[in-house]
Design a protein around this ligand. Structure first.
Ligand code: AP5
Ligand code: MG
Length: 245
């Protein structure tokens, strides 16, 4: 994380400073929210996260994005995670719990967080509860991106990503302005190594066996909102706004 002590604020463009100041003023009165997004691969968790993050002033913590960054940087964490990720299996609970425990301490998570792709096992959910209990907080809402498996292959095989920002596109449903190029930076888009029909089968299997029970775990607390994730992205966003209002 960039530290303000190592930065000369005079070098930061005025527009960036003003934008951040306005954002903080807008966020000052927002209530805290701690959210979990759960759903199979391609159900739209990453697509909906930027708008939820901006609207409710939350940080977006996507374990998949964090693990991919660690794999790309060849850190010890990335080396441990790579094999399971390439096969579409889950990485060990201890690895991801450690990542989240660290990440939720960030100043940008002060108003709460969006957990995208975590917890994915009941053990992870229990560990998260322990973490939050220590801080005297709890999960407010779980958004269940419910969708039929048959829709997901087309979404996954048509997805293109901008790796450094996590922005995702789709050749048919959300094409970039220029094919193969990120709208914001102009940098090239890539396809994820696990975004193919073969690995998708393992990812779906892991979802149904290990992650579906997480939804039941939170159902018992009455905090789950089921979304119609097969609808167009704009309609799903409206459902989310209703669920969070
Ligand atoms: P992760 O990165 O979390 O992948 P995932 O769960 O498989 O989910 P995706 O990112 O594929 O789906 P998404 O719901 O974000 O879809 P998106 O919005 O991009 O995890 C990867 C791997 O990391 C795991 O397999 C595992 O190995 C490991 N891992 C991560 N977390 C872990 C944990 N907690 N424990 C253990 N291991 C862990 O949308 C997909 C496409 O569809 C896009 O192209 C988009 O444009 C399009 N689209 C989205 N919404 C719509 C819509 N409504 N209509 C039409 N198109 C749409
Ligand atoms: Mg995602």
């Amino acid at each position: 994380m960039a530290s303000i002590a190592n930065m000369d604020l005079a070098d930061v463009p005025s527009l960036d400073l003003m934008t951040e100041l306005l954002r903080r003023m807008k966020c000052a009165n927002k209530p805290e929210k701690r959210l979990i997004l759960v759903g199979p691969p391609g159900s739209g968790k990453g697509t909906q996260s930027p708008f939820i993050k901006d609207e409710y002033c939350l940080c977006h913590l996507a374990t998949g994005d964090m693990l991919r960054a660690a794999v790309a940087a060849k850190t010890p964490l990335g080396v441990k995670a790579k094999e399971a990720m390439d096969k579409g299996e889950l990485v060990s609970d201890d690895l991801v719990v450690g990542i989240i425990d660290e990440a939720i301490k960030k100043p940008s998570c002060q108003k709460g967080f969006i957990l995208d792709g975590f917890p994915r096992t009941v053990t992870q959910a229990q560990k998260l509860d322990e973490m939050l209990e220590k801080k005297g907080t709890k999960i407010d809402k779980v958004l269940d991106f419910a969708i039929d498996d048959s829709i997901l292959e087309e979404r996954i095989t048509g997805r293109w990503m901008h790796p450094s920002s996590g922005r995702s596109y789709h050749t048919k449903f959300a094409p970039p302005k220029v094919p193969g190029v990120d709208d914001v930076t102009g940098e090239p888009l890539i396809q994820r190594k696990d975004d193919n029909a073969e690995v998708l089968k393992s990812r779906l299997d892991a979802f149904h066996r290990q992650t579906q029970p997480v939804i039941d775990y939170y159902m018992k607390r009455g905090v789950v909102n089921k979304l119609h994730a097969e609808k167009p992205a704009k309609e799903v966003a409206i459902e989310i706004q209703k669920a969070l209002s």
